[in-house]
Ligand binder design. Structure first.
Ligand SMILES: Cc1cc2nc3c(=O)[nH]c(=O)nc-3n(C[C@H](O)[C@H](O)[C@H](O)COP(=O)(O)O)c2cc1C
Length: 321
C-alpha cells in the first residue's frame, strides 16, 4: 500500500488522480475511477447549463460513495458557463474537492471555495506558478511536465526535472505527472517527493472512457513518437496525437493562421466528431508521450490494480538493490 499525504488529504485508497479530460471526463467514467479507489475529476466545462452539470454530479454519486472532484477550467474557451456558476452548483451539491487548471492562478475562486469547505488543488506547469498557488492558500498543487497529454504551457520542463524542483519549493503536497502511464513511473515520481500521481493518457483506453472504440484501437498501436505539440503560435500549446488534424493545424500555424481560422479544426464540434463518432482525422486528441506504454484495454479498476502492482514491484526492486 502507498499511504501518502494525498491519499490522506483526499480520502482516496491509492495516490492516483485521473486527470480531467475535456469531453471525456463525464459521470460514468469519473464514477468508475473513484469507485476503483483513485480520484476521478468531472470536467465542469462539458456542461453548458447548471442543471446538466448538477445531474452529472448526482450521476457520479449513484455510481460511487467514494471521493471525487470537479475541475474548473480556466483555459480560454468559447463555450462554457462562467466558473462562478459552476461554483454555485459545486457548493450547493456539497462537492468537496475541486481542481483548477488554466493559464492563471485561481485567485478569483479560492476564497469562496475554501469558505465552502472545499479541498482545492491547482494544476500548473512550473515552479513559480506552483508557489503562487500555494501563496493563495490552495491545499495541494499538481504539476505536469512537458511529456503530458493536453496543455503543456510554454516552459517545456520535463517531468523528471520539474517534480523535484516543485517539491523543494512548496510546502503543500505535490501531485505530479506528465508521461506517467504505469506503476514504475508512479513509483519514480513518489521517489522524487510527489505525494500523488496524475495520469490522463493511460486512461484514454479504459473501457469506461467514452472515447470511440476505433480511436482506442488506434491508440493501442501508437508509440512515444506519435505525439506532437500544436497551438503554440496562439499561446495555447497542447500535446496531441499525431493525425491529419494535427498536421493541418501545424501547417496553418506555420503560415500564420490566427485563432479564428484555426477554429475550423480545433473547435469542440470537430473534436467530438473524432472522440464520439470515431472520425480519426477530424479533430485534435490530447495525448501524452506515455501512450507508448499503453498496450491494452481493460476496465478502470483493472488499470488501477495493474498500476499499483507495478509500483509495488518497483519498490521491491529498489529495496533489493
Ligand atoms: C484527452 C485529454 C484531454 C484533456 N483535457 C484536459 C482539460 O480539459 N483540462 C485539464 O486541466 N487537463 C486536461 N488534460 C490533461 C490531464 O488532465 C492530465 O493533466 C494529463 O493527461 C497528465 O499527463 P499524461 O497524459 O501524460 O498522463 C487532458 C488530457 C487528455 C489526454
Amino acid at each position: 500500500m502507498f499511504k501518502t499525504k494525498i491519499t490522506e488529504l483526499l480520502g482516496i485508497e491509492y495516490p492516483i488522480v485521473v486527470g480531467t479530460m475535456m469531453h471525456l471526463s463525464q459521470a460514468e467514467f469519473v464514477g468508475a475511477v473513484s469507485e476503483a479507489g483513485a480520484l476521478g475529476l468531472l470536467a465542469s466545462a462539458n456542461y453548458q447549463d447548471r442543471e446538466s452539470f448538477r445531474q452529472a454530479i448526482r450521476e457520479i454519486r449513484k455510481r460511487t460513495a467514494k471521493p471525487f472532484g470537479v475541475n474548473l477550467n480556466m483555459f480560454p474557451a468559447r463555450k462554457r458557463l462562467d466558473n462562478k456558476v459552476y461554483i454555485d452548483v459545486i457548493l450547493d451539491e456539497g462537492v468537496n474537492i475541486v481542481e483548477t487548471s488554466g493559464h492563471k492562478a485561481p485567485e478569483d475562486y479560492v476564497d469562496r471555495l475554501k469558505k465552502g469547505g472545499v479541498t482545492l488543488i491547482h494544476k500548473c506547469v512550473g515552479v513559480r506558478y506552483a508557489k503562487k498557488a500555494e501563496s493563495l492558500g490552495v491545499d495541494a498543487v499538481t504539476v505536469v511536465g512537458y511529456e503530458n497529454g493536453g496543455a503543456t504551457g510554454r516552459l517545456d520542463i520535463t517531468t523528471l526535472c520539474l517534480v523535484p524542483r516543485v517539491v523543494d519549493n512548496v510546502n503543500i503536497p505535490v501531485i505530479a505527472g506528465g508521461g506517467v502511464s504505469d506503476g514504475r513511473g508512479m513509483a519514480a515520481l513518489l521517489a522524487l517527493g510527489a505525494e500523488g500521481v496524475i495520469m490522463g493518457t493511460r486512461f484514454l483506453v479504459a473501457d469506461e472512457c467514452p472515447l470511440h472504440p476505433k480511436i482506442k484501437k488506434m491508440l493501442l498501436t501508437a508509440t512515444e513518437l506519435d505525439t506532437t505539440l500544436v497551438l503554440r503560435s496562439v499561446g495555447n500549446t497542447h500535446r496531441v496525437w499525431k493525425n491529419r488534424a494535427s498536421e493541418t493545424t501545424a501547417e496553418m500555424e506555420a503560415r500564420g493562421a490566427g485563432l479564428e481560422e484555426l477554429f475550423s479544426i480545433i473547435s469542440g464540434d470537430q473534436t467530438k466528431k473524432m472522440y464520439f463518432d470515431g472520425e480519426a482525422d477530424s479533430g485534435l486528441l490530447a495525448c501524452g508521450q506515455g501512450i507508448g506504454l499503453v498496450n491494452d484495454r481493460k476496465p478502470v479498476v483493472g488499470i488501477v490494480a495493474e498500476i499499483m502492482a507495478e509500483a509495488e514491484a518497483a519498490r521491491k526492486r529498489l529495496n533489493g538493490l
